[in-house]
Write a protein that binds this ligand. Sequence first.
Ligand code: FCB
Length: 443
Amino acid sequence: MGFPKNFVWGTATASYQIEGSMLEDGRGECVWYRFSHTPGKVNNNDTGDVACDHYHRYREDVALMAELGVPAYRFSIAWPRVLPQGIGVQNPAGLDFYDRLVDELLAHNIRPFVTLNHWDYPQALQDRGGWQVPASIEWFSEYADLMSRRLGDRVKDWITHNEPLVVAYVGYMFGHHAPGLSDRVAAFKVAHHLLMSHGAAVPIIRRNCAGAQVGITLNLSWLDPASDSQADREAVRRDDGFGNRWFLDPVFKGEYPADMVASLGETLEGLDLAEIKQAAVPTDFLGINYYTRGVVAADDTSPTKTRRVRMTGNPHTEMNWEVYPDGLRNLLVRVWKDYAPPAIYITENGAAYDDPTPQDGVVEDPDRIAYYQAHWKACEQALEQGVPLKGYFAWSLLDNFEWAHGYSKRFGLIYTDYATQQRTLKRSALVYRDLIARHKVQR
Ligand code: FCB
């Protein structure tokens, strides 16, 4: 395969999705704890209380990564585990846990990539207004300062936020994620403060960590119009503005897209849009999470609405997401051409399937293997076109708590038996292991 020698292969997880031990050892409550404990919010009323019990089993999980020979691991810090009230008093047991995890990774030659905010926001800060209030920028800065001081001698790769779009829109506009609000005005405030806090945190991390590589992870979509009609192409422009440019333009240009500002009008009232220039601090890389594309049509009921069309020609995953690897290549090329990030990592890519239970010590998952191989090919094509793609992280290391879907969706390379916490490799994990090993031989 045509991947460069220093290409970074990894797997990814997030704290709330795997750790469990939600209130143990002095950890503070997070918004997902509150949300998942509210009946009816999460499928089957599942919670992250136990999840994969990674808080206790991290050694076993690192050993599995080592067995697979995966050279990098992207994980997130649970903010209320280290700062139970979000700011102020630190929790030594929580800090120790991340110290031990990082040391364990390094002892196995695995390069840690740390995400600071992968959604398990401290409930104590939520109660003080959370991302809706400007003070949230200071709060995040304090947390970024603490973690980069603590781990900066050993962790060099930092991601400020994971998918600010999802926090803002899915949490505050659509209400499917914590904190479960349906408030458009709030959603744009949240997006604004998340982006501003990225701008504030990057120089802090650099100051505390010699040789830091800092970026942000965005979930970006490749969008195709459902037809060639002017109305459908216009619908793509709007969805692109809402989902892609609203986050990319602040980070790389220091401004919001003018067409969207004009159409959002009063929704943005009370925000100082010009200050978003502070979000455009130099970053070392852009993280992109890619799962599927969007096919967009105009919605006849309203000139400003759009709708998504389900394509029947291609297979769909268990999330009902179309398998569309060309979208990954197209997206990478587009982002590189339009925004010129110095480097790009795929910080998440993967697929949920209804896996069979383990047989003879392995889980057969041919659909996931096909998904991965097609997307690796797309990465290669992007590299051939000149995209500065530096690495790829498979989502996920192991089956885990898939947010509002609870435990019903399995994304892992490793199968988790939630009753026994037994881990079993899936065939896809072995395919990934072999790909990485082949790549190493070429070095
Ligand atoms: C992304 C999230 C990640 C995981 C995948 C399937 O939006 O960042 O935590 O749930 O989706």
